[in-house]
Design a protein around this ligand. Structure first.
Ligand code: PMP
Length: 433
């Protein structure tokens, strides 16, 4: 049984061993998790938690979903990894399914990667291939608050100075425009622009929504200028917002996916739309060993199949609307944003890290994206009843966190991650992962 090896060793001992063996780029982990089922996970001391974060929008089918477990183990038993000189049935089938879901026109193609950052690296190369220094087309635009990953190309697109500065110089040519400002966008997009990268909803920046009409305006402006429109649906795609894609209705030139695509198994993808864009990365120009391996492809196919059945996406919309409505009515909540089961909660005070810690103590996993902002990205199978248990517990959690902050000293359980925003009461888990 998974996790049985932990018996006889306390969680504290495991955490100490973590501290002396792992690099800890995210700081000290809060718990050692050993198993999960549905929307619940269990730690090494046997404590259960309702997972309202799902690996940050990753475990879309919850934990140990039978369809995912069967698909992965059956595929591994039939055929595991093969070299890139060959393909496999799940790989081809997944590419076809994604192109159909994305309404991609004739000539569109899929490139498989293993993560969101890696999918965006491919898109960055696509942008460079659409550049023409001789004609003055070299600029790449992204938005303030953007998060596109932490490898060097993806980091060049990511806006946050604290992530960028230790690694400069980053690949050049990227400019960050004010978030959600259509006038600034239209002023910036001309023939000198090779590509524009947008998240339909900025997850890492606190679930910030692009204003109505912004994506459409970006589509028209980039098309007129000959620039590529790249939409990063890594966090928002594959049902997270109650739609297959948050950008539904706007056809980009490229779209990147990862996180929820594999239902918890690592798989990333870049879809290129149309013949011309798909031809920008010709044979021999790019590659990755594990991208589109049959086990990852089988995981993604199983995820799509589950989400295609039994009104799954309608339930995501309904449960998300219910959560937002109830959250907005709570004391100490200033604003609730989001779509489907991607939810940002602004608190009236900068107590979010203490709330995350108090929630964990109470058996609920959430995270914060800033000192006053909480984020929920639960498994897409979350039921209204499960959401209800959190809603019932939250007022007590908020009171406990506020009391702790009002009292003296940091909370014993407050996260302390070196790459996150420090507050008087601890730190956020910003940018994880
Ligand atoms: N793009 C977006 C919008 C993301 O939210 C993330 C992860 N937070 C990434 C890219 C990077 O994905 P990964 O961590 O799989 O590299």
């Amino acid at each position: 049984k998974p996790g049985t090896a932990v018996q006889g060793t306390t969680q504290e001992e495991w955490l100490n061993r973590y501290g002396s063996s792992l690099m800890g780029v995210f700081g000290a982990p809060q718990r050692v998790l050993v198993r999960g089922s549905g929307c619940y996970v269990e730690d090494a001391d046997g404590k259960q938690y309702l997972d309202l974060l799902g690996g940050i929008a990753v475990n879309s089918l919850g934990h140990a979903h039978p369809a995912l477990v069967a698909a992965v183990s059956d595929q591994l038993a039939a055929l595991g990894h093969v070299s890139n000189f060959f393909t496999s049935l799940p790989q081809v089938e997944l590419a076809e399914r994604l192109l159909a879901l994305a309404d991609a026109p004739h000539g569109s193609k899929v490139f498989f990667a293993n993560s969101g950052a890696e999918a965006n690296e491919a898109a960055f190369k696509l942008a460079r291939r659409n550049s023409d220094p001789a004609a003055g087309r070299t600029r790449i635009l992204a938005l303030e608050g953007a998060f596109h990953g932490r490898t060097m190309g993806a980091l060049a697109l990511t806006a946050k100075p604290a992530y960028r500065e230790p690694f400069e110089p980053l690949p050049g040519g990227v400019e960050h425009l004010p978030f959600g400002d259509v006038d600034a966008l239209l002023a910036a997009v001309d023939e000198t622009v090779a590509a524009v990268f947008l998240e339909p909803i900025q997850g890492e920046a606190g679930v910030r929504m692009l204003p109505e009409g912004y994506l459409q305006a970006a589509r028209e402006a980039t098309r007129a200028a000959g620039a590529l429109l790249v939409i990063d649906e890594v966090q928002t795609g594959i049902g997270r917002t109650g739609k297959w894609f948050a950008s539904e209705g706007v056809l980009p030139d490229a779209m990147t996916l990862a996180k929820g695509l594999g239902g918890g198994f690592p798989v990333g993808a870049m879809i290129t739309f149309g013949e011309r864009t798909s031809g920008l990365l010709a044979a021999g120009m790019h590659g990755t060993t594990f991208g589109g391996n049959p086990v990852a492809a089988a995981a993604a196919l199983a995820t799509l199949s589950v989400l295609e059945t039994s009104e799954a996406l309608a339930k995501v919309r309904a449960t998300g609307d219910y959560l937002r409505r109830e959250l907005a009515a709570l004391d100490f909540v200033a604003e609730v944003r989001g779509e489907g089961l991607l939810i940002g909660i602004d608190l009236v005070d900068e107590v979010a890290p203490a709330v995350v810690a108090a929630a964990l103590e109470a058996g609920y996993i959430i995270n914060s994206t800033g000192p006053a902002t909480l984020r929920l990205a639960p498994p897409l199978i979350l039921t209204p009843e499960q959401a209800g248990t959190f809603l019932n517990a939250l007022p007590g959690i908020l009171h406990a966190a506020r009391a702790q902050v009002a009292g003296a000293g940091p909370a014993p359980a407050a996260p302390t991650t070196p790459d996150s925003v420090s507050g008087a009461t601890g730190t956020t888990t910003e940018g994880k992962p």
